[in-house]
Design a protein around this ligand. Structure first.
Ligand SMILES: [Zn+2]
Ligand SMILES: [Zn+2]
Length: 263
């Protein structure tokens, strides 16, 4: 049984297809998923998924790429985190990939927003779901400065040094379909390095479908392809990777072991 630790089922590509996606998940032995929130405006819809289905949970947070959306306060996030089935704060973090002509200095609003999420995570004792792109130094130093102690670096694409820093902070590392891409040899080396008891698997659907579905719309039923790639890299049976990443998911998000699928 596999867990998709990061997906966006409220996005338009997926939300109308829930019965089909849930059937595909059941057929692929994917028994649980964490639905990730990216704006306050979107929260109710993400939360509705987690309350409608007993094998979905959700997070509360505002993605660093989202501008022109409601800016969250620590209190906003604490209030959302108190709702049932909210098990994480995020996704949050830093993304300097699309600066649109701005300097890194001018991205202070992203760093402020990140700190707000970290403080909410500490107040609620929930783990952080961290997004980092072209910004790993600042991401790690802000987590360190704020004393963040629990969470996951999702859709990991950074170096072994960044992985080591994340592990030292007590964070987990989540791998996506990117590790199946032909050009991702360096990332596969990082996956070989990260201990299995600190690995999670995710789709980040609807994006980043793994090979052999690369370029198509992703969904949680494809997460076993990520597990198979990790199994190959670590020369382990895929069942071992499935079991370990599921146990890691339960440990990080403080969930009881396995809820049976009810459709
Ligand atoms: Zn992300
Ligand atoms: Zn995401």
């Amino acid at each position: 049984m596999y867990v998709d630790s990061h997906c966006h089922l409220s996005f338009p590509e997926l939300r109308e297809r829930m019965p089909e996606i849930r059937a595909a998940m059941a057929a692929a032995d994917v028994d649980r998923a964490l639905c990730i929130c990216t704006t306050l405006e979107e929260f109710d819809e993400v939360h509705a998924l987690a309350t409608a289905y007993d094998n979905f949970w959700c997070s509360a947070g505002v993605h660093p790429d989202n501008e022109d959306v409601r800016e969250p306060s620590v209190d906003d996030l604490i209030a959302l985190a108190a709702r049932p089935r909210v098990v994480a704060i995020g996704e949050t973090g830093l993304d300097y990939y699309r600066l649109n002509g701005r300097s890194i200095e001018e991205m202070a609003w992203q760093r402020d927003r990140f700190r707000v999420h970290i403080r909410a995570a500490q107040a609620t004792r929930l783990p952080l779901v961290v997004h980092t792109r072209s910004a790993s130094d600042d991401t790690v130093s802000i987590l360190r400065e704020e004393g963040a102690a629990a969470g996951v670096f999702h859709c990991f694409t950074e170096t072994e040094a960044v992985a080591r820093a994340a592990l030292d902070l007590g964070f987990y590392i989540s791998f996506s379909g990117i590790i199946t891409f032909k050009t991702a040899e360096a990332l596969r080396d990082v996956a070989r390095f990260v201990p299995l008891d600190r690995c999670l698997i995710e789709t980040d659907s609807p994006y980043l479908a793994p090979v052999p579905y690369r370029g198509k719309t992703n969904n949680p039923a494809y997460v076993p392809y990520v597990a198979r790639q990790i199994a190959m890299l670590k020369a382990l049976p895929v069942e071992t990777v499935a079991r370990a990443t599921s146990a890691n998911f339960e440990r990080l998000f403080q969930l009881p072991p396995l809820t049976p699928i009810t459709s």
